[in-house]
Design a protein around this ligand. Structure first.
Ligand SMILES: [Zn+2]
Ligand SMILES: [Zn+2]
Length: 650
């Protein structure tokens, strides 16, 4: 008997193997000889005709391990949609050869203790509405709630329902740094530990969770985007928290949007799906408008306090002092906040001390030798860091080019420089920095968060790491150093991301004890985008952004695919990029933009070019992309990456 098998290697084809057993099933996991090693694979077709060449035998059939029809359907769909080789997609499900072997230990299951919670009126109404929707519809439900409105409590109610039905539940979060808070809340609410799934858990734990999912055991898993590919057999509910977060887009290896794939999967499974966010993405809003998703809204903070007031500081009228970035107006607010024994959060989404260092004698700028990117000065460790590739250079105040002494000046602030300014202004107060350079482990995050909660820190200067998820009772003031940095001039996704981030960070102030205040510094207070932020008029931002995207036929009003061509020889990369677009006559329904040198045209020593494809049908666009790739002769030294639904354009 001959079987076609998908092998968990980056090949977009099946391989035929022989087995004595004629009763093997589609979806069964097997070990097969592959090249010089053994590899894990999955039977995708049985009863195939013996090919002309010599056929190897299946080595091991793993009894009891069989992917469900829905998982196989989903696997094929992911490969077709993302244009990733089917073998690579299988690897997302199977992970590695080691995981399939497992001796089940009968651990005693802890019975959950359901703590009854009191929902406020608005939460209660939201819950009732969701129950009503679920009676008749399988469409995803968007649970939108302003920051501090208590969305988590609402979706916990539905997790309880699934636990009582002995179903499996998946809660997806964009970043693992957000899991500790959620873990604690879960334990408080249900009296049991939640299983956490991400790349840093132990191999033993990984096996345990994977097999639990496979067996259909009742469980609740909280995980980063890869948890989407856990082989659940009995999934009742998926919750995607912070659904707008761009971290759901995987940017290396197989490029996929985990949120979007989860929607497809829940549709295949007819399982329930809740998308939670304070700032739903434009795609999601568009799906609500088109009645593809249901919408439930929480408009008030759980505490009953009004949302913090937002005021603008016009920097063109309130000039900053030389080498200072905090306006006098913001300083007065900080004074008042500290006098009231309250805490402040100062937000700037720029790591390090200064983004640019420049020689005042000859104009030399410190640049990474491997990337087309300026080096960022990090004061704490006295060194220059490339934020693209991570390479490090020692700091020197003398110019390496013209050798002038003490000629390097630092232009513009990062969080460390803002912290320095605050420490000089408030020498007797404790100022701390929260950015991914300094707070780079779950433990450090936990420590800093608890210090701030315990009022051991007066002012925290933070990047986006602080924008979401945290709740500090005594935090009453949020200052935004530079609203203009990401709201103007970027691509449309970058603008949406910044807008959401500013809205989220504004929601950190005044959540439970006293009404909060938000101060935003900008040179463009009259711009509509700043105005809608200040008036909390999110819908006008959304409407304008959607109208623009519709005009240019970009997502969600059209489809895009990016092709990134890279390699160590610039000439070869350019030649390959040119070759790819030679076939563009194949369709007039698709526009081909480029090739152009990527904005980040050198990354880790690799030269980069980009092509952008746009079309009105994903199917046609994918067929076109495949033709394009297959008909060009790309040398093996040049790498071609296909990014379906790209989020970054660097
Ligand atoms: Zn110089
Ligand atoms: Zn670099």
């Amino acid at each position: 008997m001959y079987y076609n098998i998908v092998v968990a290697r980056p090949f977009d084809r099946v391989f035929t193997y022989e087995a004595d057993d004629s009763t093997l099933k589609i979806g069964q996991i097997v070990i097969v000889p592959f090249g010089k090693t053994m590899e894990v694979g999955m039977i995708i077709e049985g009863d195939v005709i013996k090919p002309e060449y010599t056929i190897k035998k299946i080595n091991t059939v793993l009894e009891g391990l069989q992917l469900s029809d829905i998982n196989i359907k989903f696997l094929k769909w992911v490969s077709e949609y993302t244009l990733a080789p089917i073998g690579s997609v299988l690897k997302l499900f199977i992970i590695n050869k080691d995981i399939v072997s497992y001796e089940r230990t009968d651990e005693s299951l802890h019975e959950p203790i359901f703590k009854s919670v009191t929902l406020n009126e608005e939460q209660y109404q939201a819950k009732e509405k969701i129950i009503q929707i679920q009676e008749t519809s399988h469409k995803p439900i968007v649970l939108e709630g302003v920051t501090g409105s208590g969305k988590t409590e609402v979706y916990f109610e539905f997790i309880e329902v699934e636990i009582r039905r002995s179903k499996q539940v998946l809660i997806m979060v964009p970043e693992i740094s957000l899991t500790p808070q959620l873990e604690n809340r879960f334990k408080e609410r249900f009296g049991i530990e939640i299983d956490v799934w991400h790349s840093k858990i132990t191999p033993k734990k990984r096996k345990e969770i994977w097999h639990k999912c496979f067996e259909g055991d009742p469980c609740v898993i909280i995980g980063a985007r890869s948890s989407l590919f856990l082989p659940f057999k009995n999934l009742g509910l998926t919750v995607i928290d912070e659904e707008h977060d761009s971290s759901y887009k995987q940017e290396d290896n197989i490029r996929y949007q985990a949120r979007d794939l989860a929607v497809v999967k829940s549709n295949f499974e007819k399982s329930k799906l809740i998308l939670a966010s304070a700032t739903p993405s434009l795609e999601t809003i568009n799906n609500i408008n088109n009645k593809k998703y249901h919408h439930v809204f929480l408009s008030q903070q759980y505490s009953g306090l009004p949302l913090p007031s937002i005021s603008l500081v016009d920097l063109s009228k309130n000039k900053l002092e030389k080498n200072q970035w905090i306006s006098n107006i913001l300083k007065l607010e900080i004074d008042q906040c500290l006098n009231n024994k309250e805490q402040a959060l100062i937000f700037l989404n720029r790591r390090g001390y200064s983004p640019l260092s420049l020689c005042v004698e000859c104009g030399y700028r410190h640049q990474c030798s491997q990337c087309s990117s300026w080096l960022v000065m990090h004061q704490k460790k006295r060194r220059l860091l490339c934020h693209q590739c991570g390479s490090i250079q020692e700091m020197s105040e003398d110019c390496p080019t013209c050798l002038a002494k003490d000629s390097i000046k630092f232009i513009g602030p990062g969080v460390e420089r803002i912290a320095e300014e605050l420490s000089q202004t408030y020498p007797d107060k404790v100022v701390s920095v929260m950015s991914s350079d300094i707070i780079n482990s779950p433990k450090k995050i936990k420590d800093l968060v608890s210090k701030f909660s315990n009022k051991e820190i007066d002012i925290i200067v933070a990047t986006q790491i602080m924008a979401k998820g945290y709740d500090f009772a005594n935090l009453s003031l949020v200052g935004v150093i530079d609203a203009d940095a990401g709201l103007f001039g970027g691509d449309m996704r970058a603008i949406e991301k910044t807008y959401n981030m500013l809205q989220q960070v504004s929601g950190r102030a005044g959540r439970s004890q006293q009404p909060g205040k938000v101060i935003i510094q900008t040179y463009y207070p009259e711009q509509p985008i700043i105005q809608s932020l200040q008036k909390r008029d999110r819908s006008s931002f959304i409407n304008q952004a959607l109208a623009e995207r519709e005009q240019f036929k970009i997502p969600p009003f059209g489809f895009m695919t990016a092709i990134i061509i890279s390699g160590s020889s610039k000439a070869n990369v350019e030649k390959s990029a040119q070759q790819l677009v030679h076939v563009k006559k194949l369709s007039d329904e698709i526009s081909v933009l480029g090739p152009v040198e990527a904005p980040l045209n050198l990354l880790k020593g690799q030269f980069r070019y980009r092509i952008l494809l746009k079309g009105q049908s994903r199917k046609k666009l994918n067929i076109f992309t495949k033709k394009m790739i297959n008909s060009a002769k790309i040398p093996s030294t040049v790498r071609v990456v296909i990014d379906v639904d790209p989020y970054t354009f660097m």
